[in-house]
Design a protein around this ligand. Structure first.
Ligand code: BDR
Ligand code: CA
Length: 317
């Protein structure tokens, strides 16, 4: 039986690939997509999500719009307009796909999450690949939600890498209090997929050509989106591996189906919510110095070949 999941996205280019994988893989059953303020303002994340689902013929998947602000802060630690934001090159505001004809649901994302996990008798994995605002709000309203979620797979954090700042990854930095609340909430199983893993599963221009050659709406769209990411990374990031880019969020979906795509370690992770230089940093106790019980499976590596193959096979549909 296909594994059910809810994707919580701030839909830019890599979220879009994650949505396509989740919507198209035969072993996955995408129950809904919830959106959150992140790569772009939430209304654009919602519109982008609808565009993706329409484009691949899955417009029946419900889309619930979520929070437009972080959980406790009025804005990101450095407000979007003032931030030097390499994301704008990598995502753009509107994805280059035809305008959506389908509409978002009337029910908001947080209410949807609370009600779904209150009532479900089935196992529905939760895969947040944006800032964790919706998830933290939902567990604040319904703390028992942690018992109803079999598994949480989060794209976020970094052990030796940052991207929003020198020390912090974007999703965690964008709402650090929410991330801290989610990690401390007591979910049965959390897998954290940080930059250390996603940067080991780079996708190249050559792989984009192979995706485009599939001739499917999903293959062609993914090729264009990843190509844009490669150009953005090459232009803005001096440490980039040229002519390739990570597709962070998509790796979380691959992990649901092919566990061997990630090299995971059971570790304790805290989130820095205070320091001016380090706000949003995931403090990953990789050498067991903190004396705290592990609270996450942390991916410190990824298998690029397994991931590349997963992309090609899934987006051929
Ligand atoms: C994360 O931040 C966003 O820009 C991407 O969509 C991804 O979820 C990577 O740091
Ligand atoms: Ca994302």
């Amino acid at each position: 039986m296909a594994r059910k999941l809810i994707l919580d996205c701030d839909t830019g280019t890599d979220d879009a690939v994650a949505i396509m994988l989740a919507a198209l893989h035969p072993e996955l059953d995408l129950v809904a997509v919830t959106t959150v303020n992140g790569n772009v303002e939430v209304q654009y994340c919602t519109d982008n999500t609808l565009r993706v689902l329409d484009h691949i013929g899955r417009s029946e998947v419900p889309v619930h719009e979520g929070l437009r602000r972080p959980l406790v802060r009025p804005d990101f630690p450095v407000p979007r307009n003032a931030a030097v934001n390499p994301n704008s090159n990598i995502h753009g505001r509107e994805l280059p796909l035809p305008p959506a004809t389908s509409r978002k649901q009337g029910q908001g994302a947080v209410e949807f999450l609370v009600e779904t996990y209150r009532s479900t008798t089935e196992e529905i994995a939760l895969v947040p690949v944006g800032p964790l605002s919706n998830i933290a709000a939902a567990i604040a309203i319904e703390p028992r939600m942690v018992d109803a979620v079999p598994e949480v797979v989060i794209m976020g954090g970094g052990n030796v890498k940052g991207n929003a700042t020198p020390s912090a990854e974007f999703n965690i930095w964008a709402d650090p209090e929410a991330a801290a609340a989610v990690l401390a909430a007591g979910f049965r199983r959390i897998t954290l997929v940080p930059l250390d893993a996603t940067h080991q599963a780079l996708v190249s221009r050559e792989q984009c050509r192979a995706l485009a050659a599939l001739g499917t709406p999903a293959g062609e769209a993914a090729a264009a989106l990843i190509d844009r990411r490669i150009t953005g990374y090459d232009a803005t990031q001096p440490m980039a591996v040229r002519e390739s880019a990570p597709v962070h969020d998509a790796l979380c979906v691959a992990y649901l189906v092919q566990r061997e795509v990630l090299d995971v370690h059971r570790l304790h992770v805290d989130v820095e919510t205070a320091g001016a230089l380090t706000v949003g940093r995931t403090v990953i106790d990789a050498y067991f110095r903190g004396g705290k019980e592990p609270n996450c499976d942390v991916a410190l590596g990824a298998d690029a070949a397994v991931f590349g193959d997963f992309l090609l096979r899934t987006l051929a549909r």
